[in-house]
Design a protein around this ligand. Structure first.
Ligand code: SAM
Length: 261
């Protein structure tokens, strides 16, 4: 009998309808699949039924990794490690489709790491990931809304993001206290070229550190009041951070990168 470990965010998905929805979100047959945090293998079984070419799973919990070995034997390549330790750009020969009912406590860290480290040739074709609903709402948020911020701007830089459905606590065992949402991410063909994505993280961190305050202060902090940038990007510094659209943040990052050059 497996006892769920709270510290590893173990809420196992037991609702067959939801499991069916997840595996129907992207093509699996003949594809190489990566599943993050397979847990007791509920989603893994549904993935295997669709005849993938190969399935990799990354599971941190030693007991669960051992259990998966016993259940699925040679149907899986099991990587018993922390997903945050894995260099995803090096691991796969094929482009992979990624599924993950992510542990809530590190879900944004995983997504941010993947986006910041993305090379121009994407290592995945789709990410089908579950987040707590409040985090998913921030990822899909549009500008001029209160949920819009760092996560939406980072996610929308190289990826198209779509909400597939919300999922109630009753679909899991043990039940989490919060609702969840399933999101689908796909690579964008065109995106703003930014030299170092850490600069996009920095720009959004500084701008959104006081989301109710006007843009003047963070702008002056980063650009020393540079009037040319204000005119070029047509920014009204009396607005608030949530009133600048995605493109303006990407352009601001590029201007920041060209400072002093
Ligand atoms: N996919 C399973 C399901 O839907 O029933 C389990 C999902 S559960 C929310 C999260 C899973 O991620 C757990 O199996 C947990 O042990 C695993 N996990 C937690 N932190 C991890 C990490 N840093 N790296 C890899 N797996 C992790």
């Amino acid at each position: 009998m497996i006892k769920a470990k709270k510290s590893l965010g173990q809420n196992f998905l037991t609702d067959r309808n939801v499991l069916e929805t997840i595996v129907n979100t992207a093509e699996i047959t003949n594809k190489t699949i990566l599943e993050i945090g397979p847990g007791t293998g509920n989603l893994t079984s549904f993935i295997l039924k669709k005849n993938p070419k190969k399935v990799f799973v990354i599971e941190k919990d030693n007991d669960l990794a051992e259990n998966l070995k016993n259940i699925f034997a040679n149907q899986l390549t099991i990587i018993n490690d922390d997903v945050l330790n894995i260099d995803e750009n090096l691991l796969f020969e094929d482009t992979v489709t990624v599924f993950g009912n992510l542990p809530y406590n590190i879900s944004t860290e995983i997504l941010s790491k993947w986006i910041v480290n993305l090379k121009d040739n994407f290592w995945f074709d789709h990410l089908i990931l579950m987040f707590q609903k409040e985090v998913a709402d921030r990822i899909v948020a549009k500008f001029n809304t209160s949920a819009y911020g760092r996560l939406s701007i980072l996610s929308n830089w190289k990826l198209n993001v779509q909400k597939i459905c919300d999922i109630k606590p009753e679909s899991f065992s043990p039940r989490p206290k919060i609702d969840s949402s399933l999101l689908l991410f796909s690579p964008k063909k065109d995106f703003y070229k930014i030299k170092d994505p850490k600069n996009l993280e920095k720009i959004t961190r500084v701008f959104f550190s006081h989301r109710r305050k006007m843009l003047k202060k963070p702008f002056n902090q980063l650009f020393n009041g540079d009037q040319k940038v204000i005119e070029k990007l047509k920014i009204n510094l009396n607005l608030r951070p949530q009133n600048l659209d995605f493109d303006t943040y990407y352009e601001l990052t590029r201007e920041y990168e060209s400072l002093g050059s």
